[in-house]
Write a protein that binds this ligand. Structure first.
Ligand code: MF3
Ligand code: CO
Ligand code: CO
Length: 288
């Protein structure tokens, strides 16, 4: 069967020959399934109904971040942001996914300056010159949407400003790669080339992920890599791209709270995140 259609166009719509696109991956999947593999290890190709639900949740994620735009200024605390996010999401009949997720104590992640990700909101007062990532994940009717943005507090340094722009460009470049037949390594490569080409580094230890039905699903989406490597995309895969870009080295460490990740060298870090869907011929940014 495989042999007969090796030279046919791949079913995913990439226009590539099957043997140059999904053939190897399909064989591996069948092999795993024959061996009675765990379904949780498989990428979930979303149904139309699931896509509708994830799209709705993703819009709520976006609206939650929009709601914060005017409010995040010098003088507010990270706890204020947590409170606003918590209430906004509950008011919209949804649940903030971080709350109690693997013991995470708050409803949103707020990550400041040399923070990389997973900051826990506390009484810290935002000050002029700070850069802050706010990472919102909603569960609406059981479906997840996950997105984060950078917020600049007043005037920030040129270094901070450029970093935030770089991280944003990295996300955009990653998203641009997404279409059927694209390899995950193409996404990582595009991001890594851009960041490292401008003297920045890409965090290795935290990565994007499938999402929608569970908070974190396969596949793992690295923000570095080699073109043509890793699994190939097909329509109705849904995952996040969320590059963390550092001014200094890529190494990170986790604080005593067991959550907050910071750069090992104390340099600034920035991150933007979207949830995206692979369409028939490209990408839908669900959280845009
Ligand atoms: N939203 C994060 C992500 O992009 C995950 C946060 S997990 C939490 O994957 F527990 F810290 F909320
Ligand atoms: Co995410
Ligand atoms: Co997130």
């Amino acid at each position: 069967m495989n042999r007969l259609i090796r030279n046919d166009p791949c079913w995913c719509g990439s226009g590539k020959k099957y043997k140059q696109c999904h053939l190897k991956q399909d064989r591996a999947t069948r092999h795993r399934q024959r061996k009675g593999g765990n379904p949780a290890d498989e990428i979930i190709i979303k149904t139309e109904e699931q896509i509708k639900g994830i799209r709705q949740s993703s819009r709520l994620t976006r609206d939650t971040l929009d709601m914060l735009t005017e409010r995040i200024i010098a003088g507010v605390t990270a706890d204020d942001i947590n409170q606003w996010v918590h209430e906004y999401i509950l008011d919209h009949d949804a649940i903030p996914a971080p709350l109690n997720y693997r013991g995470f104590p708050k409803s949103v992640c707020t990550t400041l300056n040399d923070g990389v990700c997973h900051g826990i909101p506390d009484g810290t007062v935002l000050q002029e010159g700070d850069i802050l990532n706010v990472d919102v994940t909603t569960i609406l009717n059981g479906y997840y949407g996950d997105s984060s943005r950078m917020f600049l507090i007043g005037q920030v340094s040129d270094q901070a400003h450029r970093l935030v722009e770089m991280a944003r460009q990295c996300l955009d470049l990653g998203i641009e790669q997404v279409k059927p037949g694209c390899a995950l390594g193409d996404i990582g490569h595009a991001i890594q080339q851009h960041a490292e080409g401008h003297g920045y580094s890409v965090v290795r230890d935290y990565i994007g992920h499938g999402t929608g039905i569970r908070f974190h699903e396969p596949p793992q989406v690295r923000h570095f890599g080699k073109p043509g490597t890793g699994i190939r995309l097909s329509p109705n895969m849904i995952f996040t791209i969320e590059p963390m870009i550092n001014v200094g080295g890529h190494q990170v460490r986790v604080l005593q709270d067991n959550w907050t990740v910071i750069t090992a060298d104390g340099s600034l870090s920035a991150q933007w995140e979207h949830t995206v869907r692979v369409t028939q011929d490209g990408v839908e940014i669900l959280t845009a």
